[in-house]
Every structure is written in structure tokens, then in C-alpha cells.
Design a protein around this ligand. Structure first.
Ligand SMILES: N[C@@H](CCC(=O)N[C@@H](CS)C(=O)NCC(=O)O)C(=O)O
Length: 205
């Protein structure tokens, strides 16, 4: 098995889906968490100048979505056939759009106008992403209860992860989307994910 080093800040944010993919596969990795103070000295020595960064036997892989897809493929969590792989990717893209709108909101200037605009964008992205994802899950003919196909895939993991902060702020936020809620609940019953979440370091976001 290759030696994996996964470097990100000490937060969930853009990096957490990578950690959860390792956890779901039961594959050991070095969870290297940098402080904001450590980063400036390290940044010029990283291949892309941003995090997350995955190293596989010393070979760097940059760009979060490339890293996630690479890990999902490696661990066979990317869907069992071509149509399913497309659905897993579609769900990923919608949820990343939602997460990006969340980051934009977080870093928006604090004046009233900018905050209002970012909040509206977050709200409309949430609605659009959830509506499409709910419909993809509804089209799954399997009765197992996963988002795509007959077993847990990266789609379920990203569904759980992308809404963690939103649900922590408002437990009813996904009430209009019962399929998404059901998948998120099911992911938490997976023994490996359950163990990972019980031991995971708590961070504010
Ligand atoms: N397109 C990149 C964006 C990565 C990114 O913006 N990372 C942020 C943390 S979420 C970062 O490294 N910020 C510090 C910096 O750019 O110096 C990806 O998806 O990996």
C-alpha cells in the first residue's frame, strides 16, 4: 500500500472530504494539519501554493477535486458503472458549488451590502444544489438507501460533509430534502465513518 500524506489546515473546510475518503476506505494516512502561522514558510515549497496537498509515496497531487476523485477511484468509492460514476461526480460538483458559496460568504467584506449579496448567493446555490441532488438520489432504483447505486460512494460522503456546518447552525435546514437527509443519516451508520467521526478533532468549521 502506498504511503499517503495529506496536508491541510487544522479545519474541515475544503480538506475534510479527503480525510473522510481515507476513513471510509479504512486506509491509513498521515493527517498533517498546519496552523495558519506555519503556512507562509511552507507555501513556497508546495507544488501548487495552496492546500489541500496529497502526497502518494512522495508524489504530489494538488487541487482538492482532483485529490478527491483520485482517492475515490483508488478506493472504489466512485460508483460501480459509468452512469453511476457520472451521478457521483454530478453530486460532488453541486455540493462543491454550495461549499464555495459558503466560503465566499465567510470571506465577504463585512459591510451590509456585501454580506447581503453573499447571503443571497448562498441561499440560491443551496436551493439549486439540493433540488438537483434530491432528484438524482430519487432516481436511484436500488432500495439500499445510498445516494447512487447499491453501496456507499463518495456521493454519500460529500453529502454528509458539505452540510455539516449548515446543519449545526440549523437542524431543520434540510427538511425539504428528505432523500439528502436519509443519505446523511445512513453514512453515519457506516462503522468506519462512525469510528472516524467519534475520534475526529473538533474544529469550528
Ligand atoms: N483550487 C484549489 C483552491 C485551494 C485553496 O484555495 N486553498 C486554500 C485553503 S481552503 C489555501 O490554500 N489558502 C492559502 C493560500 O492560498 O495561501 C483547490 O481546490 O485545491
Amino acid at each position: 500500500m502506498p504511503k499517503y500524506v495529506y496536508t491541510y489546515f487544522d479545519a474541515r473546510a475544503r480538506g475534510e472530504p479527503g480525510r473522510m475518503l481515507f476513513a471510509a476506505a479504512g486506509v491509513p494516512f498521515q493527517d498533517r494539519r498546519l496552523t495558519q502561522e506555519e503556512w507562509p514558510a511552507l507555501k513556497p515549497n508546495t507544488p501548487g501554493g495552496s492546500l489541500p496537498l496529497l502526497e502518494v509515496d512522495g508524489q504530489p497531487v494538488t487541487q482538492s477535486l482532483v485529490i478527491f476523485r483520485h482517492l475515490a477511484r483508488t478506493f472504489a468509492l466512485d460508483g460501480d458503472n459509468l452512469p453511476d460514476k457520472a451521478k457521483v461526480e454530478e453530486i460532488l460538483e453541486y455540493l462543491i458549488e454550495f461549499k464555495n458559496a459558503g466560503f465566499k460568504m465567510m470571506f465577504a467584506p463585512k459591510d451590509e451590502e456585501s454580506q447581503k449579496k453573499a447571503k443571497e448567493e448562498l441561499g440560491s446555490t443551496f436551493e439549486k444544489s439540493c433540488t438537483r441532488v434530491e432528484s438524482i438520489i430519487s432516481s436511484n432504483k436500488s432500495t439500499e438507501g445510498w445516494a447512487v447505486g447499491k453501496k456507499m460512494t463518495f456521493a454519500d460522503i460529500i453529502l454528509f460533509e458539505a452540510f455539516e456546518s449548515a446543519v449545526a447552525q440549523d437542524a431543520a435546514v434540510l427538511d425539504k430534502f428528505p432523500k439528502i437527509k436519509a443519505c446523511r443519516a445512513k453514512v453515519q451508520t457506516n462503522p468506519k465513518i462512525k469510528e472516524y467521526l467519534s475520534k475526529r478533532k473538533e474544529t469550528p468549521f
